[in-house]
Design a binder for this molecule. Structure first.
Ligand code: GLN
Length: 202
């Protein structure tokens, strides 16, 4: 059984939990999902998920509760993380906004709320490295990745990176939990080299 932690300050916690369980099940594995609101939980987790929401509030909570440093240690150990939408902003090296105290885990500069200015949200079929069929990606007041450093770009939309991998961290501008398609969770947690060499994840 894999122990999965979902940061539960805001966002689609139960949808992400379902997607993690489905991704695990597709490998004949099981995931036990725990919600993270306080320190002391992350160190027992094999994989972590940083959902969307409001990046200012989420980053503040993570630092105030001492969760931020635990997530940094998790990544330093090479354990997988999936960060989505506001989670991408929180995980970035440069959120381009003083109100976000980011974790510096994904080497990108982002611009908050920059996608979908005309329409607040949209869905697009995305070609993603490692997936055979396009992924139905839902963007909701999504961040744009302005520039990428030393990361692997997994998907682009409209000429912009919208999914990237930086070591054990996969980050997306969109919300992969909002369809029944668990392939992004699978990619982040079960298809990475770091994941398959981890003791509980083989
Ligand atoms: N607009 C949010 C932010 O900038 C992110 C949007 C989302 O997570 N759906 O924090």
């Amino acid at each position: 059984t894999i122990r999965a932690g979902v940061v539960a300050v805001q966002g689609d916690v139960s949808e992400h939990a379902d997607a993690i369980r489905r991704a695990a099940a597709s490998h004949g594995d099981e995931a036990e999902v725990v919600e993270i609101r306080h320190s002391g939980v992350v160190p027992d987790c094999d994989i972590l998920l940083l959902p969307g929401g409001e990046s200012t509030a989420i980053s503040r909570h993570l630092h105030r509760e001492g969760i931020a440093s635990e997530i940094e240690a998790h990544v330093a150990d090479g354990k997988p993380v999936l960060a989505t939408c506001a989670g991408l902003i929180v995980a970035s090296t440069d959120p381009n906004d003083d109100r976000v105290d980011s974790l510096g885990l994904v080497d990108v500069t982002v611009e908050r709320n920059a996608f979908g200015r005309q329409a607040d949200s949209f869905e697009a079929p995305l070609d993603v490295t490692g997936l055979d069929e396009p992924f139905p990606a839902v963007f909701i007041r999504a961040p744009v990745i302005d520039s990428v450093g030393d990361v692997e770009v997994l998907a682009e939309w409209d000429g912009r990176a919208v999914a990237v991998r930086d070591g054990p961290v996969v980050a997306t501008s969109f919300h992969p939990e909002l369809t029944d398609d668990a392939r992004i969770h699978d990619l982040a947690f079960f298809q990475s080299e770091v994941a398959t060499t981890g003791s509980d994840l083989g």
